[in-house]
Ligand binder design. Sequence first.
Ligand code: NAD
Length: 504
Amino acid sequence: MAKTTAGHSHEDWTRMAADLRFPTSLLIDGKQSSPSAGASFTHLAPRDGSPLAEVPAGDEHDLDRAISAARRAFDEGPWPQYPPRRRKELMLRWADLIDEHRDELALMVSLEMGKPIDDAWGIELRAVLATYRWYAELADKELDESSPVGADDLALITREPVGVVGVVTPWNFPLTLSAWKIAPALAVGCTVVHKPSEYSSLSALRIAELAIEAGIPDGVLNVVPGRGSTLGRHLGLHPRVDALAFTGSTTVGRAYLEYSAQSNLKRTWLELGGKSGNIILPDAPDLDAAIATAAWGIFFNAGQMCTAPSRLIVHQDVADEVIAGVVARAAEYQPGDPLDPAVGMGPLASSARMADVREHVERALQDGAELLLGGGASETSGVATGGCFFEPTIFAGVSPDSALAQQEVFGPVLAIVTVKDDDEAVRVANNSDYGLAAGLWTSNLSTAHRLSRRLKAGTVWVNCYEEGDLTVPFGGYKLSGNGRDKSRHALEKYTELKTTFIHL
Ligand code: NAD
């Protein structure tokens, strides 16, 4: 019987799911706190459409309480005044607790948004732990500068925490993407008010409860779930929030820039959507690996990845082999119960996502793209009970200007474009309003350097895809956003640069 990396079988996870207890309160000022209006909403599990839990929903009044707590914790301390090594110790203790609760958190993520449990445990929670530990360790290792201004003066260049940070996140890699913001913000001494996605609020509350248990002081990390259009807006417009770190769609990212412009010009950092081009050239060092990665890339997390290689740009000399190979590989990703370790792809996150993906498919058919595989709900996977299972879907002969090649689907739908040479491949890859990532498969070192320089994307993967490390930054060009998550560069979002010029 298949077991996950954690050593549990399908039956084990199903039993653990039945016993799982979900948070029932907001987290404000280090305490569990009931929503002022007593509001909640029912979260439906994408694996079978059943009610999973009642999610406590805050309103503007609750958010004001959370912002006041974060303000107090920043303005009066002790968090920003702690020696950095003290923040490090507390964040490491929090990471240890996350590690102890790894099964529980992975299960919560899997049930909430449908990620296969092995990916939740092995990929999501691994990244979360690595992120909190890495930024905790960095807290006491960043040095300030002094400038050579002459014998009679001393000029100090210091980085100071920006203040209260609003963090707004999506549901697709909920704990990781939140950690990419919360960890560097806390490490430098900021305090945080987190508004998680409506589809991943329970895991956000649970992981923050562990922060309190670890001894992170009251008010430093507050979590208030609720509707984006009301609560997210209130956070974006709030005059007492100093910076806003957002990951989500480009449409909502634009709204956050408007909120900032209409309020206090809070620093607004955006990690947004993508429509990444993955170029396969005839001299790919290992065509089978390129094919397997192209399929894995679009079906991993059911295609709900900002970086998904959703446009496969293949050279005509290898197009037939690559297309046949990707279609064959797609068989490994038939969707099924995310708690089954043998399943390659889980459900989409919600019925709204199902409807949205279906619309993209219908539009592609109208535009004349050739449907090679899938295209609808997966009837064998439990859709009858309300599960949100969509088939792995592949279109070939896609026009680079068509809606399918231009719009983010955020589902398991691959658009294949065939090109005649390197130049056309780069032109097609760059023919996008987005610029988050790109892939390139070639064994020629010069081609690799030459083309990757020309690709307008925050990350270019050569002969691999979705590789990463905490030491390297992540973010987008163009409509994919601004600023960078991960690495030392993320600290720039959460600090102000101060010059102190002293005449001796
Ligand atoms: P979304 O933009 O709908 O929601 C993101 C967050 O914004 C949620 O917390 C939501 O409640 C809030 N929100 C929604 N409407 C709002 C409004 N009017 N005002 C204020 N806040 C509002 O995105 P999603 O569906 O949760 O996630 C999918 C999107 O996220 C995709 O476009 C994907 O590409 C993008 N994404 C980007 C990255 C990246 O790092 N670049 C990573 C993951 C996901």
